[in-house]
Design a protein around this ligand. Structure first.
Ligand SMILES: O=C(CO)[C@@H](O)[C@H](O)COP(=O)(O)O
Ligand SMILES: [Co+2]
Length: 233
């Protein structure tokens, strides 16, 4: 994986909501590539976060693409609201969706990008028949619902397997990791094949500020090249 091509997607779940605009602007100026917005309904996951009204507010203060991670039941019912609010892509879960192909087609009809998210206990093999139709796979490296959790190291094998499937079936498809990404886990995930990293607490919780958090992660990712490069090259 070319470490310089890895994209960073700050998750606003860990932002200071009293200073949300300021912090998103700081992330954008520091070189973040897109903004990740975690929508939770208290049913699909045991937590409630925010809905389209916050997406609309973020849309007004940044030109970065907005990706909406939908941790809600019946995600299809809400696509129109999020599109009206300014969403650029939808990340929908494999879990609990018996009609995932239809969901993907609905997003396509709206001319938005679509990614499939798989939880830690879900095997890579469920992607086999849908991979050709999507723009992104998101491997959850924590159980969904909360920020500030630890990266589940046993996901590394699954990340490599998804990378192999993507290279074989749909090389344009992005491989994103979500949860517990920090300066320690980022190079591990990138070495395994990820090319987009979501980070909430590592960026918005950085004691030196949001820009320092983005820089720290960028420097950690750059180390991946050294780790994976054959000796003497
Ligand atoms: O979707 C989720 C959690 O369900 C994530 O996007 C988290 O918001 C990432 O936060 P950190 O683990 O980086 O603090
Ligand atoms: Co997320």
């Amino acid at each position: 994986m070319n470490a310089s091509a890895v994209k960073i997607a700050p998750s606003i779940l860990s932002a200071d909501f009293a200073r949300l605009g300021e912090q998103v602007t700081e992330a954008e100026r520091a070189g973040a590539d897109r903004i990740h917005l975690d929508v939770m309904d208290g049913h699909f996951v045991p937590n409630i976060s925010f809905g389209a009204i916050v997406v609309e507010a973020v849309r007004r203060i940044t030109k970065l693409p907005l990706e909406i991670h939908l941790m809600i039941t019946d995600p299809d019912d809400y696509f129109d609201d999020f599109v009206a609010a300014g969403a650029d892509s939808f990340l929908v879960h494999w879990e609990g969706n018996d009609n995932l192909h239809r969901t993907v087609q609905r997003v396509r009809q709206l001319n938005k990008r679509v990614g499939i998210v798989i939880n830690p206990a879900t095997p890579a093999s469920v992607l086999e028949e849908i991979l050709i139709d999507i723009d992104q796979v998101v491997v959850m490296t924590v159980n969904p619902g909360f920020g500030h959790q630890h990266f589940i190291e046993t996901m590394v094998g699954k990340i490599s397997r998804v990378r192999e499937m993507i290279n074989r079936c749909n090389p344009q498809c992005e491989l994103e990791l979500d949860g517990g990404v920090d300066e320690k886990s980022a190079p591990i995930g990138v070495a395994a094949g990820a090319n987009v990293l979501v980070a909430g607490s590592a960026i918005f919780g950085d004691p030196q500020g949001v820009a320092a958090g983005v820089d720290r992660l960028r420097r950690a990712i750059a180390q991946t090249a050294d780790v994976t490069k054959p000796k003497g090259k």
